[in-house]
Structures are given as structure tokens and as C-alpha cells.
Design a protein around this ligand. Structure first.
Ligand code: ACO
Length: 437
């Protein structure tokens, strides 16, 4: 509604203020005028973990967490998952509209021709220990691409930006596949341009001595759907990192590496790996109730449950369950599914989870599918990072083009000492130290 305003009475001074409200939001900077006197800095908001702060305007992804709605550029996620390929959705997320047939053809051609890695990057990967975590290898190798493409630093040139976007989307599956082959001690497989994005990824992962790799179409489609579901999720932890690092005008390779580092944490994309560890720890269906009691008593969390935004069933988890059936039809059932279904059943009937609105999130079932496809749990977050690269790049591009954005720099409430005088070393008395900062 136009001309809405918030009236604020400052009881410290009895001054009255009117602050404009737009789309249900006030601008934090409008509070700065609220002062107790000329020396006062002005009112700030305090919002650890961004619980109630919008840091940007975005037209990419819409989520209604209470209703369990997720849309990319206005299109419901279930329609996109059912009718599109991952690259079609990637185009939509980046450019705002679904591609025409001709646009899709040239987009696929463009991405396919950026899948190769420079040989020095391949050798860089060879330097990792045999047991290096794939996510650590992925993050470091994406960052290392910054040294191969120094022109990427010119972030204000739209054409150069576009080229790096194509390169990154083309190369992340190759890097991911090479980290996998490295951990198995297998030779790297070069991309095959005859195959689709997901099929080529499978080729680079699993081709052995055969001259041509023929992916199972049902598994390729399931993986493509998983990629669609993971492509973007508005201002989550890693997207926020992408925007924050990108706001310093760092190049997109190091910014994507930073976002991937954020994704690797167990409370974010690393949760799918933790879900599998949890299911292993539980071991069998009859031990589920005891495990849930343990979580309720405050010993650990039910991994793959809960979400900052979704206070309803995560719409992606619903589609993933469907994709799981397609995969299991081809690979046979993952025995962990039985434990996961029992966990979900009991948790959804339990007052602790109902009261806190804790539902399965995207990570709860994705790991079970990935395992059925033949991946070890340490690859799961890398599989998440491939499609999410599209979301990070769309968020980055939007941030760069937004005239309101500047270098991201939050404020703080200082809680340390006021000024104190320097003490010479011979006069210092040992003090109890605060935890290392
Ligand atoms: N198991 C048990 N209790 C939980 C869980 C869980 N998975 N998640 C939240 N809770 C409880 C909290 O202990 C808290 O209880 P309290 O009110 O008694 O203190 C309450 O629910 C609210 O939780 P918060 O931690 O305040 O919620 P927040 O929004 O900060 O956290 C998060 C969201 C990080 C996703 C959390 O639910 C969690 O840690 N889940 C497990 C990890 C996970 O699956 N992460 C993947 C998220 S999806 C993604 O990133 C792709």
C-alpha cells in the first residue's frame, strides 16, 4: 500500500518520528535519525543471524516457509522439476525467463564448451592427499580457477561476467567428478560433449575402460531433478556469503569458493552427509524411538530436520521422495530408507517436533538417493554445490547490478574495554584469558 508509515515515539526524549513502510519493511537507516542528542550515533537494530533483516531486494526465488512454497522466477518448483531439464532451469534462474528452443540450444552448447579444465588445474587436484575430503578439494580448486582467468576480476564488465558464469557452470561438474576419481585413485575422465549436463557428469564419474559411456536414463533424470531442486534457495547462508564476498568486488571464482565453504558446514549443505552418519548410528528401525528420545533430551539434533524458513514440509523433500522411488526401481532399495521413513513417521507425530515446526528438509532424503547411486557420504555436499553454483551466480549478478548495494559491512555492539593505558611487560600480572578470539 502506498504512503504507509510507522509512527515511533521515543520515550527517552518524547520525540515523535514517522518512518515509511514499504512492502512491510522499514529501512534500518531511517532509524538513524532517532537520537537522544547531537553526540548520539543514532538508533540501530540488533539482529544476530539475520533473523528479521532483509539484506537485499531479489527477483530470483520466492519462498513461503509457512505454506511450504518454493518458486524460481515465479514458477512452482514441482512444475519445473517435472517438466524441465536442469540447464533449462539454470537459464531461467540466471536470465529471469524460460528459454525458447533456440535459446536453450545455444545455452546448452555454450555450457558444454566450457566443461574442460586447464591441465594445470588437473595437476593442482593431483596434489591433494589420497584421503582429502572432496568438499575441501572442490572449494580449493574452484578458488584456484581465479588464477587461470585473471580477467574475471573485472566484475563490472557484463560480457566478462557472462563468460565466467558460463565457465563456472560448465566446470563445476568436472571439478566435482575429478575430486571423486581422485579419492578412488582412478584416472580422470575428460568431458563428453555428446551427452547432456547430468549425463556427462555421470560419464566423468563412472566411465572405466569402455570407449563410450551410456548412462542409465532413469538415474540421469533423477540426478537432473535433484540438481533442479538444489539450484537456488534465496538468502540462505551460502548465498549470503556469495553476496558479501562479491560485494568487495572479489572475482566470482573466489566468491563461489567462499559460498561453497559456507555450504560445507553441517548446519547447511553438510547436513546430508550427517544424515547418513546418523542413520548408520541408529542402525535399525527398532532403535529409532530411543534415538528420538536422545535428541529430545538435548543430545544432538535430528539431522535433515528443521529449517530457518520452512515451518512446514519442505516442498523439495516431497519431490525428492518421488525421485527416490525412481532411483530405487533401478538400483534396488537403500536399506537406510526404512530407518529414515520410521524416523520421519515418529518425529512428525511427536509433540517436540510438532511444537517447534520441525519437518524433513531437502537433506533428509537426498543422501539416501546419492548413496543408492553409488556415492560415499563425503561426496554429498559436492553434489549439492554443483547446481547451487547457478543460484550463487544469479545472486551475485543481481547484487552487482543493484545500484543500492555497496560493500557488505554490518555494525556491531561493542562489548569490550573502554580505553585503558598500555602496561609494560615486566608490570603485567597474569589474567584469566577469554577464549581465543
Ligand atoms: N533436531 C532437534 N531439534 C531441533 C532441530 C533438529 N534438527 N532443529 C531445530 N531444533 C530445535 C532447537 O533446538 C530449538 O529448540 P528450543 O526452542 O527448545 O531451543 C528449536 O528447534 C528452534 O531451532 P533453532 O536452532 O533456533 O532454529 P534455526 O532456524 O536457527 O536453525 C537449522 C535451523 C540450522 C536448519 C536447524 O533446524 C538444524 O540445525 N537442523 C539440523 C541440520 C540440518 O538439517 N540442516 C540443513 C538445513 S537445509 C539446508 O541448509 C540445505
Amino acid at each position: 500500500m502506498a504512503n504507509e508509515a510507522l509512527r515511533i515515539l521515543d520515550e527517552r526524549t518524547n520525540a515523535d518520528y514517522s518512518v515509511p513502510v514499504n512492502q512491510g519493511v522499514i529501512r534500518a537507516m531511517d532509524l538513524r535519525q532517532i537520537k537522544t542528542g547531537p553526540e548520539d550515533f543514532g538508533l540501530m537494530t540488533y539482529d544476530p543471524a539475520f533473523m528479521n533483516t532483509a539484506s537485499c531486494k531479489s527477483a530470483i526465488t520466492f519462498i513461503d516457509g509457512d505454506k511450504g512454497i518454493l518458486r524460481y522466477r515465479g514458477y512452482p518448483i514441482d512444475q519445473l522439476a517435472e517438466k524441465c531439464t536442469f540447464l533449462e532451469v539454470a537459464y531461467l534462474i540466471l536470465y529471469g525467463e524460460l528459454p525458447t528452443e533456440q535459446q536453450l540450444k545455444s545455452w546448452m552448447n555454450e555450457i558444454t564448451h566450457h566443461t574442460m579444465l586447464h591441465e594445470t588445474t588437473k595437476r593442482f587436484l593431483e596434489g591433494f592427499r589420497y584421503d582429502a575430503h572432496p568438499m575441501g578439494m572442490f572449494i580449493s580448486t574452484v578458488a584456484a580457477l581465479s588464477t587461470v582467468y585473471p580477467e574475471a576480476r573485472d566484475v563490472h564488465d557484463p560480457e566478462k561476467r557472462k563468460l565466467q558464469i558460463h565457465r563456472l557452470i560448465g566446470k563445476v561438474p568436472t571439478i566435482a567428478a575429478y575430486t571423486y576419481r581422485h579419492s578412488l585413485g582412478f584416472p580422470y575422465v575428460y568431458p563428453d560433449n555428446d551427452l547432456s549436463y547430468t549425463e556427462n557428469f555421470m560419464n566423468m564419474l563412472w566411465r572405466m575402460a569402455e570407449p563410450k559411456y551410456h548412462p542409465n536414463p532413469a538415474l540421469a533424470r533423477a540426478l537432473d531433478i535433484l540438481f533442479i531442486l538444489h539450484a537456488d534457495h534465496e538468502q540462505n547462508c551460502s548465498a549470503n556469503v556469495m553476496r558479501a564476498v562479491g560485494s568487495s568486488q572479489a572475482d566470482p571464482y573466489v566468491s563461489v569458493a567462499a559460498a561453497a565453504a559456507a555450504l560445507s558446514g553441517p548446519l547447511h549443505g553438510g547436513a546430508n552427509e550427517e544424515v547418513l552418519k546418523m542413520l548408520d548410528e541408529i542402525g535399525s528401525k527398532n532403535r529409532v524411538p530411543a534415538y528420538i528420545e536422545q535428541v529430545k533430551a538435548g543430545h544432538g539434533k535430528l539431522m535433515g530436520f528443521g529449517h530457518r524458513i520452512y515451518k512446514n514440509y519442505d516442498p523439495r523433500a516431497r519431490i525428492i521422495k518421488w525421485a527416490a522411488d525412481q532411483v530405487f526401481a533401478a538400483t534396488g532399495k537403500n536399506p537406510k530408507l526404512e530407518i529414515a521413513l520410521e524416523l520421519e513417521r515418529i518425529a512428525l507425530e511427536d509433540e517436540y517436533f510438532i511444537h517447534r515446526k520441525l519437518y524433513p528438509n531437502v537433506d533428509f532424503y537426498s543422501g539416501i538417493i546419492y548413496q543408492a547411486l553409488g556415492f560415499k557420504p563425503d561426496m554429498f555436499t559436492v553434489l549439492f554445490a554443483i547446481p547451487r553454483t547457478v543460484g550463487w551466480l544469479a545472486q551475485w549478478q543481481e547484487m552487482i547490478e543493484d545500484p543500492e548495494q555497496k560493500i557488505a559491512r554490518p555494525r556491531q555492539i561493542y562489548t569490550g574495554y573502554a580505553e585503558r593505558n598500555f602496561v609494560a611487560i615486566e608490570k603485567r600480572v597474569e589474567q584469566k584469558l577469554a577464549a581465543a578470539r
